[in-house]
Design a protein around this ligand. Structure first.
Ligand code: DC
Length: 216
């Protein structure tokens, strides 16, 4: 009989703290942490590298059809490489921040990346963070969290990280697009991290998972 793997889905807007929570949960629960946003960022980075207009859907899809995208795992964290180049810090650039929502709004881009996201569950127990993990990628998992924070708090967090990122604009684009918009998936527990420390948010997430039936 093939093994059944478990998925924890964490969704939320930019800079809500979901990556940190996902990483900490992965460490304490022995899961692989998958950053799905990194996949949209990697495709966007490659598109920009090739000098393609991210608004030109046909050109983006043509470029994507030529990309060899490798999703892996290292030290229990997801990795992403395009055409054998492992992408890390470069996908956090201001240019990628500015254009990623456009690329992520293309249904065919999403379809390809969602398939790669689901493949992780064939091999690992995962905690995956993104925008549509509970609603589209793993709608059947009982373990769904939605982490939010006020717009001011999120903008301040990005500024502290030294990143130029118009989170409000990106969130508006991610929430208003037709294909798999950011929303609170049915069955999610919502955690507002605005007034919580990192430890407090992780603790709230752990308690929420137990409420949802998580057993070690
Ligand atoms: O999580 P992040 O901020 O690194 O994600 C970057 C962008 O990727 C985000 O603005 C929208 C897109 N994204 C998405 O559409 N769906 C996901 N599951 C994850 C990210």
């Amino acid at each position: 009989m093939s093994q059944i793997y478990r998925a924890v889905a964490i969704d939320g807007p930019a800079a809500s703290g979901k990556s940190t929570v996902a990483k900490r949960l992965a460490e304490s629960l022995g899961l692989v942490m998958v950053n799905s946003g990194a996949m949209y960022r990697a495709v966007t980075w490659q598109v920009l590298q090739e000098g393609i207009d991210p608004e030109n859907r046909a050109a983006v899809l043509e470029a994507m059809s030529r990309m060899r995208i490798d999703c892996g795992v290292k030290n229990n964290l997801s990795t992403i490489a395009i055409n054998d180049r492992l992408l890390t810090i470069e996908i956090r650039s201001a240019g990628v921040n500015e254009h990623v929502s456009k690329v992520a709004s293309i249904p065919e881009v999403r379809e390809s990346l969602v398939a790669m996201q689901r493949d992780y569950l064939g091999e690992y127990d995962v905690v995956m963070e993104g925008r549509d993990i509970g609603s589209v990628v793993f709608p059947d998992t009982p373990f769904k969290l939605y982490i939010s924070a006020s717009e001011e708090v999120r903008a301040a967090r990005r500024a502290k990280e030294g990143e130029s990122d118009e989170v409000a604009k990106r969130d508006a684009q991610d929430s208003n697009r037709k294909a798999s918009p950011l929303k609170v998936a049915d069955g999610s527990i919502v955690i507002d991290s605005s007034d919580l420390t990192i430890d407090g948010t992780v603790e709230a997430a752990r308690e929420a998972l137990i409420k949802l039936g998580w057993k070690d």
